[in-house]
Design a binder for this molecule. Structure first.
Ligand code: COA
Length: 503
């Protein structure tokens, strides 16, 4: 531990997770490390959940994004979460959010600390941050994610550090920590490419703010992504053909542009599919590196990858983490405020690939709400990228729930990404290039190229009858959400395919 805890006198702050959890009081606002189930503070939140079973208390919990090790489930089951933001992927917490038991704020990931530092989210009492090491002057070397940790450490009154020796010490030097100045004096942020470093390799914290140091030895949860299937391979194939045609037409060079790929099985599988396309020396400027990114670094498709977290499955994790030293000149982790900064995304020109739950015939995308009502995970960083990307791409399988649901609908039941922020839509059936297209053109391309043949006639029928009424974006308002209503009532949209007039 003397290698990892180099702050003189650190032993005086050492305590058990239970002792550290006792610093947390009812009503506090707590910020923790953790982004896409990577690098979350583990022991203290879990000890807090145990304590709350005997001594009920409520907190507001802010994180980078989702947490692993069932931290969200444990806190939910113990009734600790009053409010939670900005993202989650946990089934137990999701249920509690949808019952209204936990109040969830779904915030663009780039904006969380911007809002926090300007006081919009209340005053942060304690930050709990997982560390690989603590430097001589109290700097925190993060682990598999940076997320919001640097700003949380600055904003909170006290900092609890979980030093987790499961992480290789070689992680030191992987991170690039930079916190923008307050507005309006902020100077430009000098990131000009995926591999630009602008900060320090650790989070600076005044040593007197460190209230507790907890020693831990618990791994991250492995990624729960399911492997590629025929549909995701088809989506990847459509995208590869599209990128190649962009190169042929001179709109993109052979190096394309830096990639961002969202969370989830589909984005992971599609990105991996790019590996077979023969591109080399590409870069990634993203928020999360999943298995696919590591594989593409290994096979030379990617030259460099910048993100805010690394979330791997067991197999890739086993070969990556012990050898992290050899990736240190090809990967870096930044605060999510920088990895997702709209200004950088717009300036360097990103190809953003995110996943939709559903999209409509005009190109509006719903990434978060099933039938417009039940929260799935949250918008995450998809909005940061979609609005500002050089090419904003959304992928989805054309069908969900064994074909009972069409992912292409007349009108999305919730809008996360409006038609103005979406350039390209892709399903296993094909790709709709919406650039420069008017709504009436978009509808025909989307129905023809992306919808499953089962639902195409009903979508076309809706569109044609809507066009008879006229309008720039023709709709039959009384029918626009009837497809979702069918799911609410019967669990299926299938019967809409039996008649071409679903009134
Ligand atoms: N209606 C209802 N449910 C749908 C649906 C639809 N139109 N489309 C998909 N689903 C369900 C699937 O059946 C699946 O349900 P299950 O968990 O009960 O099996 C679930 O949604 C997830 O779909 P899946 O096909 O497994 O995709 P995924 O793992 O790639 O996740 C999102 C897809 C949209 C949920 C995920 O990408 C997400 O949360 N996106 C928003 C955040 C984001 O984009 N961040 C990007 C930067 S981090």
């Amino acid at each position: 531990m003397s290698h990892r805890c180099r702050l003189p006198g650190w032993e005086s702050k050492k305590m058990s997770a239970e002792q550290a959890a006792s610093l947390i009081k009812d009503g506090m606002i707590i910020g923790t490390s953790g982004f896409t189930r990577a690098g979350e503070a583990k022991e203290v939140p879990l000890a807090l959940a145990e304590r709350a079973k005997k001594e009920p208390l409520k907190i507001t919990l802010l994180t980078g994004a989702s947490l692993g090790n069932d931290v969200d489930a444990s806190l939910t089951n113990a009734g600790v979460l009053e409010r939670r933001m900005p993202f989650q992927v946990d089934r137990t917490l999701r249920k509690a959010i949808n019952k209204g038991e936990v109040l969830f704020s779904d915030i663009h990931l780039s904006e969380v600390v911007e809002q926090a530092r300007h006081g919009h989210l209340g005053h942060m009492d304690i930050a709990i941050i997982e560390a690989t090491a603590i430097t001589e002057d109290g700097g925190i070397v993060p682990t598999a994610s940076v997320g919001n940790s640097a700003s949380f450490a600055r904003l909170a009154d006290k900092v609890i550090i979980e030093v987790n020796d499961i992480w290789p010490e070689a992680l030191e030097g992987l991170h690039d920590i930079y916190i923008p100045e307050m507005r309006p004096e902020r100077t430009p942020i000098a990131v000009t490419a995926a591999d630009t470093r602008i900060g320090t390799p650790y989070i600076q914290v005044p040593p007197e703010k460190i209230a507790a140091i907890v020693l831990t030895h618990r791994p991250d949860s492995p990624s729960a992504n399911v492997p590629a299937d025929a549909d995701t391979q088809h989506i990847a194939d459509h995208l590869i053909a599209f990128f190649k045609s962009e190169v042929t037409s001179g709109r993109l060079s052979n190096q394309l542009l830096p990639f961002q790929a969202g969370i989830g099985s589909m984005a992971n599988a599609v990105l991996e599919g790019l590996g077979a396309a023969g591109f080399e020396g590409l870069t990634m400027y993203s928020e999360v590196l999943q298995d696919s990114a590591i594989k593409l670094l290994e096979n030379g498709t990617f030259r460099f990858a910048s993100a805010t977290s690394i979330t791997l499955g067991e197999e890739v994790g086993k070969r990556f983490w012990p050898n992290v030293e050899q990736y240190k000149d090809r990967i870096l982790l930044r605060p999510q405020e920088i990895s997702n900064l709209p200004e950088i995304i717009r300036r360097i020109g990103i190809i953003g690939i995110n996943t939709a739950l559903e999209f409509d015939i005009y190109g509006n995308v719903n990434s978060t709400h099933v039938c417009g009502t039940n929260m799935m995970n949250g918008i995450g960083g998809s909005g940061d990228f979609a609005r500002n990307a050089h090419l904003s791409i959304f992928i989805s399988k054309s069908l969900a729930k064994n074909g009972d649901i069409s992912s292409i609908v007349p009108f999305v039941s919730h809008v996360d990404h409006c038609e103005h922020d979406v350039d390209i839509l892709v399903t296993e059936h094909g790709l709709a290039d919406l650039r420069g297209r008017a709504p009436r053109e978009r509808a025909l391309i989307i129905i023809e190229n992306c919808a499953d043949p089962l639902y195409r006639p009903a979508l076309l029928d809706y569109f044609e009858r809507a066009c008879e009424r006229g309008g720039h974006t023709p709709h039959l308002l009384e029918e626009a959400l009837s497809w979702h209503q069918a799911v609410v009532e019967s669990g299926s949209m299938r019967h809409l395919t039996e008649s071409s007039s679903p009134a």
